[in-house]
Design a protein around this ligand. Structure first.
Ligand code: ADP
Length: 700
C-alpha cells in the first residue's frame, strides 16, 4: 500500500493513460485473434516450430552484460583545448544566440527561420542501432552513424557512459549504472532500504550474497525450518556477473549450493524463489518494463505504458526435486526459451512466447482482474527501486563528472524485470542497465538456414520507447516552443489569416511531433514525489557523504573526511570520543573493502558510510524505529551544516578572512569543496522530505 492511499490517485491517472492504450491495442488485436480467445487456451505450444533449436543470439553486451569496460583515464580532449564550435552550437553543445545560426527565410524576420535538426551520434549504439535509426527518422532529426568531429546534441551508447569521451550534450547512460544494477549491488542497495522500510520494500525477494553470507544463509534457513518443519522453500542461485539466465540454478537446501571451486571466484546472489507465479496458458512469464531515468537531481522518472511479456515454454509446476533443473519451466529468459522446440514466434502482439504487456493486461481485465491496482503497484515498485539506486549513482556521477568540469548530462533507459505472483503482487527480479533494444530475431527458414527477421512485438514496443525518450530529451524543444509563441504573437498582430502558408509552415516547424502518436512514457516522479519522498533518507546521507569526500573524482571517504563530518555535525561527545570515531571508521571500512573487492580507491564507500551512520543514529536516538533514528540524525547533521554555511556566508560577505578559518571545520583539509548555498536554518523534519539540499552538483 502506498502512503496516504495514493493508489487511487495513481490508478485514476493510469486508467486514463495506460489502460486506455491497453484497450485500444487489444481492440486492434481482436481483429487478428479469435474474439473469444481471452481466457481460452492459446494456440498449442509447439505448432509452427523449427525442428532444430535456433542458435543462441550473441550474448548482447546491451542485455544484462555485466562486463564493465575499463574506465578511460580522465584526459581532457583536444577539442577542449581548442574549442571548435558546431554550427548552431557553442563548444559545449549550448545553443547559440538566437538568429545567428538560423538562415533567413525570404522576407521574414529571424524568428520565422527553421531550427536546425537535433543531431544524434549513433556510432556506439550497437544492437539498439536499428530501433534508434527508425526513431531518428520518425523525428526528422539528423543521425551521425560514424560519429562527428563537432559535438552532437545526443550521444547514444549501447553499453556504457564510457563508450565515448564526451564533454557536452546529452548521453543515454549514467556513469556507474552498470555497476549499480549488478545482482549483488542491487541486492545490497535494496537491503539498506529493507532495513529502513521493511514493508515498503517487500517486493524484492529475500536475498543473501555469496560467498560472504553463506553461513548467515544456512543459519537463517535452519532457524525458520526449526520453527516450522512444514516449510519447504526453494531458492534460486544467480551468479553476480551472469546474464540471460547464464549459470542460474534452483536448490531446495543450502547444502545444494555448488560451493566447490567456482563460488569464491564467481560471487552470486541466492534468493527466495517465488513458487506461485501468475500463469497464463499454464506458463510462467515475466514482464520487461522500460523506465526512463531522465535526471538524477532533481529526480525524474518515466515509465513506458507498454512493455514485453516473456513466456516459459514448458507448463509450470511448483518446484520439486524432479523438475528443479527444467529451465524452460522456471526461467523466463528469451535467450533460453528460444532454444526450446515449443517457442512460438508470432506476428501478433498477443500470442506466442513474447507478447506485449498490454495484451496480458487486457486479457486479465477481461477476466475481471483489477489492472489499475497492478499498474499502481508496479509504479510504486519502480519508484522505490530507483530511490534505492540513486544515492550511489550520485557518488559515481560526481566522480566521473566533477562539478566545475565540462561534461555531458545523462539520461538512461532501464529494463525492469518483474514477476507477477498468483495474487498479482509484482516482484522485482532485476534491473537491466542495457536492456536489449533489438527489433529482430533469428528464425530458421529451413534446416540449418537462419535469417534475421523483424520482430513486430519488439519493434512496436522498443521503437516507441527510444523515440519518445528522444522527444523528452529534445534539447531544442524549448527553443522551438518559444519560437512558435513568438510567431503566434507576430501573426496575430499582423492579422494574418490563420491558414496562411506562413502560419501552417511555422506550425509544422514549431510542432514537428504533430504526426507522431502521443508520448508513451509517463512521468511518475516528481509527479508522485509527495508519496515517496519520505523514503529518500539514503539520498540525503549520500549528500552528506559527497560533501565530505573532498578530493574531486574520488568515491571513498578518507579518515580525515569522516572525522570532519563528525566534527562539523557535532556528533562526538563524552560517550563518543574521536578515538572511538577512528576505530569505527577503520572497522567498517576494512570490512566493506574486503567484501566489495573494490580496490580502486582506499577509504570508506557510501554503503560503509551508511552502516556507520545507522550505528551513530542508533546510539543517539535509542528507542525509536530505525528509520526515525536515521531521519533524526540526518536532520541534526543538516541543521549543523546549514549553521556552518550561514556563518561562512556571513564571513564571506563581511570580507573578513575568518572564512578560511571555518574551512577545516566544515570540509576535509585535503581539498575544500566550494561552499554550498546556505538555505536557512531547517525546521525540524517531520515527514523526512528534503529540507536543505547540500548537493554541490546539479545532476541530470
Ligand atoms: P538474468 O540476468 O540471468 O536473466 P534474472 O535475475 O533475470 O537473471 O533471472 C532469470 C530468470 O529466473 C528470470 O527471468 C525469472 O524467470 C527467474 N527468476 C529469477 N529470480 C527469481 C525468483 N526469485 N523467483 C522466481 N523466479 C525467478
Amino acid at each position: 500500500m502506498l502512503r496516504g492511499s495514493p493508489e487511487r490517485e495513481l490508478a485514476a491517472w493510469w486508467e486514463a493513460e495506460a489502460v486506455a492504450a491497453t484497450k485500444a491495442q487489444a481492440a486492434k488485436e481482436q481483429v487478428r485473434v479469435d474474439p473469444g480467445a481471452a481466457g481460452e487456451p492459446e494456440r498449442k505450444a509447439g505448432e509452427e516450430q523449427p525442428k532444430e533449436p535456433a542458435p543462441a543470439p550473441p550474448c548482447a553486451a546491451e542485455e544484462g552484460d555485466a562486463r564493465i569496460p575499463p574506465r578511460p583515464p580522465p584526459t581532457l580532449p583536444v577539442s577542449l583545448a581548442k574549442p571548435e564550435p558546431a554550427s548552431g552550437l557553442c563548444p559545449h553543445g549550448k545553443s547559440r544566440i538566437k538568429g545567428r545560426s538560423c538562415k533567413r527565410s525570404s522576407g521574414q524576420p529571424d524568428e520565422y527561420c527553421s531550427l536546425r535538426p537535433v543531431t544524434v551520434d549513433s556510432s556506439k549504439a550497437r544492437t539498439s542501432l536499428d530501433a534508434l535509426k527508425i526513431s531518428i527518422r520518425q523525428l526528422k532529426w539528423k543521425e551521425f552513424p560514424f560519429g562527428r568531429r563537432l559535438p552532437c546534441d545526443i550521444y547514444w551508447h549501447g553499453v556504457s557512459f564510457h563508450d565515448n569521451d564526451i564533454f557536452s550534450g546529452q548521453v543515454n547512460k549514467f556513469p556507474g549504472m552498470t555497476e549499480m544494477v549488478r545482482k549483488i549491488t542491487l541486492s545490497r542497495a535494496v537491503r539498506i532500504m529493507q532495513n529502513l522500510f521493511p514493508e515498503e520494500y517487500n517486493f524484492y525477494p529475500r536475498s543473501w550474497i555469496l560467498p560472504d553470507e553463506f553461513q548467515l544463509f544456512v543459519a537463517q534457513v535452519r532457524m525458520v525450518k526449526d520453527g516450522d518443519p512444514s516449510w519447504k522453500p526453494t531458492f534460486i542461485v544467480k551468479p553476480d556477473s551472469g546474464c540471460q539466465g547464464d549459470g542460474i540454478y534452483l536448490i531446495k537446501d543450502p547444502s545444494d549450493i555448488r560451493l566447490s571451486g567456482t563460488l569464491q571466484s564467481r560471487p552470486a546472489v541466492v534468493q527466495e524463489y517465488i513458487c506461485k507465479p501468475l500463469l497464463i496458458d499454464k506458463l510462467k512469464f515475466d514482464i520487461r518494463l522500460y523506465v526512463l531515468l531522465k535526471s538524477l537531481e532533481p529526480l525524474e522518472i518515466y515509465i513506458a505504458k507498454d512493455g514485453l511479456s516473456r513466456f516459459c515454454t514448458e507448463p509450470y509446476q511448483e518446484p520439486n526435486p524432479k523438475n528443479l533443473h527444467h529451465i524452460f519451466m522456471h526461467l523466463t529468459n528469451y535467450s533460453l526459451n528460444v532454444h526450446s522446440g515449443n517457442f512460438v514466434h508470432s506476428d501478433s502482439t498477443s500470442t506466442g512466447s513474447k507478447r506485449t504487456f498490454s495484451s496480458i493486461l487486457y486479457r486479465l481485465s477481461s477476466k475481471g482482474v483489477d489492472i489499475k491496482k497492478i499498474w499502481s503497484d508496479i509504479i510504486s515498485l519502480v519508484i522505490k527501486t530507483v530511490i534505492a539506486l540513486t544515492p550511489e549513482l550520485k557518488v559515481f556521477y560526481q566522480s566521473d563528472i566533477p562539478a566545475g568540469r565540462p561534461g555531458p548530462t545523462c539520461f538512461q533507459i532501464l529494463g525492469f524485470d518483474i514477476l507477477l505472483m498468483k495474487n498479482l503482487k509484482p516482484i522485482l527480479l532485476e534491473v537491466n542497465a542495457n536492456p536489449s533494444m533489438r527489433i529482430e530475431h533469428e528464425q530458421e527458414l529451413s534446416p540449418g538456414v537462419f535469417e534475421n527477421v523483424p520482430s513486430l512485438v519488439d519493434e512496436e514496443v522498443k521503437v516507441a520507447v527510444i523515440r519518445d525518450t528522444l522527444r523528452l530529451m529534445d534539447p531544442l524543444k524549448k527553443k522551438r516552443e518559444s519560437q512558435s509563441q513568438l510567431l503566434g504573437k507576430s501573426l496575430a498582430s499582423k492579422e494574418n489569416p490563420p491558414h496562411s502558408d506562413l502560419a501552417s509552415a511555422s506550425q509544422g516547424n514549431a510542432n514537428p511531433d504533430a504526426h507522431l502518436p502521443s508520448i508513451c512514457l509517463k512521468q511518475v516522479f516528481p509527479k508522485y514525489a509527495k508519496q515517496f519522498n519520505y523514503l529518500r533518507l539514503v539520498d540525503r546521507m549520500a549528500n552528506l557523504f559527497i560533501r565530505f569526500l573532498g578530493i574531486k573524482g574520488t568515491m571513498k571517504l578518507g579518515p580525515t573526511g569522516f572525522r570532519t563530518f563528525i566534527r562539523s555535525c557535532k556528533l562526538s561527545s563524552s560517550s563518543l570520543s574521536m578515538a572511538a570515531v577512528d576505530i569505527l571508521y577503520i572497522d567498517i571500512t576494512r570490512r566493506w573493502n574486503s567484501m566489495t573487492m573494490d580496490q580502486r580507491d582506499s577509504g570508506m564507500c557510501l554503503q560503509a558510510f551508511v552502516e556507520a551512520f545507522f550505528y551513530l543514529a542508533q546510539r543517539k536516538f535509542k528507542m525509536l524505529p530505525l528509520h526515525e533514528q536515521v531521519a533524526s540524525l540526518i536532520d541534526l547533521c543538516e541543521y549543523h551544516l546549514s549553521l556552518l554555511d550561514e556563518k561562512r556566508l556571513v564571513c564571506g560577505r563581511s570580507g573578513t578572512s575568518s572564512g578560511s578559518r571555518l574551512q577545516p571545520s566544515g570540509t576535509p583539509q585535503e581539498a575544500a569543496p566550494p561552499a554550498p548555498p546556505a538555505e536557512g536554518r531547517p525546521q525540524p523534519c517531520t515527514d523526512g522530505a528534503h529540507k536543505v539540499s547540500h548537493s554541490r552538483h546539479t545532476l541530470s
